[in-house]
Design a protein around this ligand. Sequence first.
Ligand code: FES
Length: 249
Amino acid sequence: MRAEHIGVLLTTNEDDRGSITALTASCKPGWSLPGRFYADPAIYRADLEQVWRKGWLFAGHTCEIPRPGDFFTLSVDTDSVIVIRDEDGAIHGLHNVCRHHGSLICTEAAGRAKRLVCPYHQWSYGLGGELISCRGMHEDLDKAQFSLKQLSLQEVEGLIYISLAKEPLPFEPARELISPLARPQGFTQARVAKAVDYLGVEGSDQTIDSLAVSAGAEDDADRERILVNRSTPSCFLPDIAANCLACLL
Ligand code: FES
């Protein structure tokens, strides 16, 4: 992300506008950002609010969840998100929060499920987030009112983007930019053969293994290979450079 982009994005935050504007003005083109950009809580919050909660975020590859019921989870700030493929092949972005008492539903990084079952009181949801059973509730409960909350989700050339915003920015300008760049990569035909954790995050081996197994990666050495870059919440900031293009639109 270039400094002028940060200025555009962060000065829209009322609380810290003056401070951040001054800091942005001190940035030198071609130089790394001042240290405060990496350590100031106000900038971190502004970054979350203006970029991560308003823009479109790269979530993963469609080839990570090739079969119905395949899912992976990710966290954005305090939000946990499930990205899952339903029986008809459609991909959904769901808030990973039970509509009963708010328990986390999926605790695994990735896997496959016939239903999403809350571990607390076993409310169960379909692969599209619809409430199927709610043990112990009144018979006349209108289940349609208690589906898992959906996020906005878009696919482009095998890449999955999500938005936490209630009214997301238009995605089409981003699609027009991304499509010609991503199409030659062949992500729509790709299958996961190997997943590499660049960051060496503790405990990530299990995550990576489960992703690879989920995608059936263990038995076909000739398949097309891609690398899956799976970030953890504390490592989202370096990914902004990859995502900011869509966020700025
Ligand atoms: S919190 Fe999920 S079923 Fe009660």
